[in-house]
Every structure is written in structure tokens, then in C-alpha cells.
Ligand binder design. Structure first.
Ligand SMILES: *Cc1c(COP(=O)(O)O)cnc(C)c1O
Length: 448
């Protein structure tokens, strides 16, 4: 077929996607669970269970996810359903009963108390996020910034502190339950600029949330444009952490300011900086809809790089085939697999956690099923207090069975790439469950 025809067909296909996409979409929160049409197939008990969990953990889902991503015939096992809808076992049975009892009683004060108690027990800010990563400038704390690893500053713009849909396993769940004390957010970008001026060692700014792409391009631009001026020439990469490619690909295709967003990506790169969209994927299904592929194509056409990361989760993707297909599909669509994370020690982790040894086996099996091109995801990686810790594998040294680990990011830059060893433990799901191998009493980062 002549190239022109192929181009014409592609264009017609794109136009079709654009015409078909709804311009407006409904979003449902915990209060509107009973208005979600396909949920009506579930039993009253199942719906009450959802209500209980959704009053503790954040819940928000849009029509695109409901209509395009979830296979309702496969519910409740459907991975995207598990990824977005609350399940009873996400709460410890005693916690569940405490909240269910309060809801049945109907007393507002009791309900609030029960919810607050349970949330407080779920480790709302893991890995010292509130105490250890919040930087100071001229003796004052800087709102809405985290700076843990030397090269990279995280920025949380206040208007980007929601998502198009919430993930049930989210480690930032505390950001979304409306408690201001638990929130990290910057009202304006002046402090970010002051901080970056004072820190020439920073090369990357990662705009995160929530999802910064819930913002209008105009507002996002107001944060980014100042960083493109000469005085911030030390900032080499602008990263945007987002799940919009999964939860609202229309953001890049049919939204009124979609083209303006893509123009912003081009402007960033015109200054010689790298523009990285840090996409969050958990399942290859998220990459299937035509509009999701069109969104990826459009982002890539700006020259921006899409890198993919996401946690390994029971009930969603604890399967090597799922990861192999996810990575392979990403490569075919021009996305670089970047990180496989371990589910963090917060929120609904009891439901999603996978033992570290099993996580490593899944990672290894998945790696063996793809070529080197698709083996770029590092992991399984724990974002723990001292840094990002990668499980390298299980082996035996001098007759002792051990887990080999490596620090891939460190609170102290000197820790980066240091290998270390833990005693074999096939139940451990987090770094603090591990003990040093070879009879040592502490890991190197505990001694420093
Ligand atoms: C993961 C992470 C980063 C980015 O790390 P990279 O390895 O450069 O992608 C930055 N800050 C924090 C707090 C992180 O957890």
C-alpha cells in the first residue's frame, strides 16, 4: 500500500477516535457508589462492604474507567476493578467491623471517630515523608516540596492533588481523604523557584501529586515556564508523574487544552531539557483502548519520553505473564519500562502485598520472557526510609541462604549502588522485616 494511503487511513482512524470520545464524563465518589450502574449487579452486602472501605480509603472513579477498562463479566476478579473499587479485605477485619458498626449506628460523631482511628492505624505517611523529606530554606520549611535524593526535587502543586480516578493501593492515599494535616501541597511556585536557585545540584524536577494532569494546561504552564529560563539551566529534566494515560487519555487527545499541553511539552524540549512523562501502569489492559494508544502516539510525537512504573500487587498483577506482556506492549508503543515497585507499607497493603522473595521470582520470570529491549525496568524496588532498595535475588554464600539487595537511590548519595545482604526470609514484605545476613547486627545504612 502506498505510504500516502497508510497516512490517510491513520488520519481517518485518529479522527474517528476523536469523534467517538465523549467530551464530558462523570466522576463518582464514595457518596455516589449507588449511582454506578454496573455495580447494581452486586449483592447488597457487597455494596455495603464497599461503602465501609470507601469511607476510610479514598474512592473516585470516572466513566472512562467504568466503561472502557473494566470487564464487568469478570468482576470481582477483573484486575482493573480491583485496581479502582474498594474490597472488603483491604481493611483488617477488626477495623472493618469498627467502621461497619459505626455506619450501621448512623451517629456522625462515632462514624468520624471510627474512620479517624482506622486511618491513623494505616501508617498514612510511610518512609518518613512528613519528617525527613521536607526541605528548609532560610530556616523555614518549604511547603509542597520533597527532596530526598540529591538530583531530584518532587513538587506537589496544590491544584494537582486529586486524580482522575484513585487506585485502591495508592501509597499517597492520605493526600486524598480531605485531612489537611495529612496533605503535602504547594499553593504557589515562588518557593519552588527560590529553593531551586539555592540548589544547583538539582537536575530533575518531578511534578507529582495526585495527578498534575488534572490541572488545566494554563495552570501547569505557570509552574513549568519559569523553570525554562536561563537561571534554571541546572534543571535538565522536567518529569510529570501521571496516570492520565490510563485514567483519562482524552487529556492528550480531545480535551479543549490537549494541544496546548503537547505544545508545552515541545517548549520544554526546545530549551534543550528532557521532558519525561512518568506514566503509571499496572496491567497491559490499560494500554488496549484505541484512545489510550492515540494519546501515547501524540505524546511521543512531541519528542517527550514516556517511562512506565508501577507496583507489583496481589489481586492485580502478581503474575509473570502479566508483566512480560505489559513490558513488551510498552516497548512496542515506544514506552520505556522504568521501575517495578514493591507495594508500600501503608493503606491497604495487607490486601496487596507480595512477599519480597515471591516478587523477585515474578520479576525474574517476566524478564526471562522478554528480550533485552524490554528488560529496562529496575526492581522489585522498595521506596523505604533510607532509599530505594532493589531485591537482586536469592542465593547461598558459605552455606547461608541469603537475599542480595542493592540500594538504587539513597538518602545519602554515597549509599547509591551499594550491595548488601539479608538473611533469607520468604515471608518478609518490607525492608524492616529483614535482618542482616552473616551474623551482622545492622545494615550499613543503620550504622551511618
Ligand atoms: C523515586 C523517587 C525519586 C526519583 O528517583 P529516580 O530513581 O531518579 O527515578 C525522587 N524522590 C523520591 C522521594 C522518590 O521516591
Amino acid at each position: 500500500m502506498p505510504t500516502q494511503n497508510i497516512v490517510a487511513i491513520k488520519q481517518a482512524h485518529t479522527d474517528h477516535i476523536v469523534e467517538q470520545a465523549p467530551q464530558r464524563f462523570r466522576v463518582f465518589t464514595a457518596r455516589q457508589l449507588d449511582r454506578i450502574e454496573p455495580l447494581k449487579r452486586l449483592s447488597a452486602q457487597q455494596r455495603f462492604d464497599m461503602q465501609v472501605v470507601a469511607s476510610v480509603l479514598p474512592f473516585r472513579v470516572n466513566e472512562y474507567v467504568i466503561n472502557e477498562l473494566i470487564d464487568w463479566d469478570a468482576v470481582p476478579d477483573d484486575p482493573i476493578f480491583q485496581l479502582t473499587f474498594p474490597q472488603r479485605d483491604m481493611l483488617d477485619p477488626a477495623h472493618f467491623e469498627q467502621v461497619a458498626e459505626a455506619l450501621r449506628g448512623g451517629d456522625k460523631g462515632t462514624i468520624k471517630q471510627a474512620i479517624d482511628d482506622v486511618r491513623a492505624a494505616l501508617n498514612p505517611h510511610p518512609a518518613g515523608q512528613l519528617e525527613k523529606n521536607i526541605p528548609q530554606l532560610d530556616g523555614e520549611t518549604v511547603e509542597g516540596i520533597q527532596h530526598k535524593y540529591r538530583e531530584t526535587v518532587l513538587f506537589f502543586p496544590s491544584s494537582g492533588q486529586v486524580c482522575h480516578t484513585y487506585c485502591t493501593f495508592c501509597f499517597r492515599w492520605a493526600q486524598f481523604v480531605g485531612d489537611k494535616d495529612l496533605q503535602i501541597a504547594a499553593k504557589e511556585s515562588g518557593q519552588l523557584q527560590d529553593y531551586l536557585r539555592a540548589h544547583p545540584e538539582v537536575t530533575d524536577v518531578l511534578i507529582t501529586g495526585g495527578d498534575p494532569l488534572v490541572m488545566k494546561t494554563r495552570n501547569l504552564r505557570a509552574y513549568i515556564e519559569p523553570l525554562l529560563s536561563e537561571e534554571f539551566s541546572h534543571i535538565r529534566t522536567i518529569r510529570i508523574g501521571s496516570k492520565a494515560l490510563t485514567f483519562w487519555p482524552q487529556r492528550f487527545v480531545t480535551d479543549a487544552d490537549a494541544d496546548d499541553l503537547l505544545a508545552l511539552f515541545r517548549e520544554i524540549q526546545a530549551t534543550g531539557k528532557h521532558m519525561a512523562l512518568m506514566a503509571h501502569y499496572n496491567h497491559w489492559r490499560e494500554l488496549e483502548p484505541a484512545i489510550a494508544r492515540e494519546a501515547i502516539r501524540r505524546v511521543r510525537a512531541t519528542g517527550a519520553q514516556i517511562r512506565a512504573q508501577g507496583p507489583l500487587l496481589a489481586h492485580i498483577n502478581d503474575d509473570a505473564d502479566v508483566w512480560a506482556r505489559l513490558w513488551q506492549t510498552q516497548v512496542e508503543l515506544g514506552i520505556v519500562p522504568y521501575y517495578m515497585f514493591v507495594e508500600r507499607d501503608t493503606g491497604a497493603r495487607r490486601y496487596f502485598e507480595v512477599p519480597l522473595v515471591k516478587a523477585w521470582q515474578i520479576y525474574r520470570d517476566a524478564m526471562q520472557r522478554v528480550s533485552g529491549i524490554a528488560r529496562t525496568a529496575r526492581g522489585p524496588s522498595m521506596s523505604a526510609n533510607p532509599g530505594k532498595v532493589e531485591i537482586q535475588g536469592v542465593t547461598e554464600i558459605n552455606g547461608e541462604k541469603i537475599i542480595a539487595l542493592r540500594m538504587i537511590q539513597g538518602r545519602n548519595p554515597d549509599w547509591v549502588q551499594r550491595p548488601f545482604f539479608a538473611r533469607y526470609n520468604d515471608e518478609a514484605t518490607w525492608l524492616n522485616h529483614l535482618e542482616p545476613a552473616f551474623g551482622e547486627n545492622a545494615f550499613f545504612f543503620d550504622q551511618d
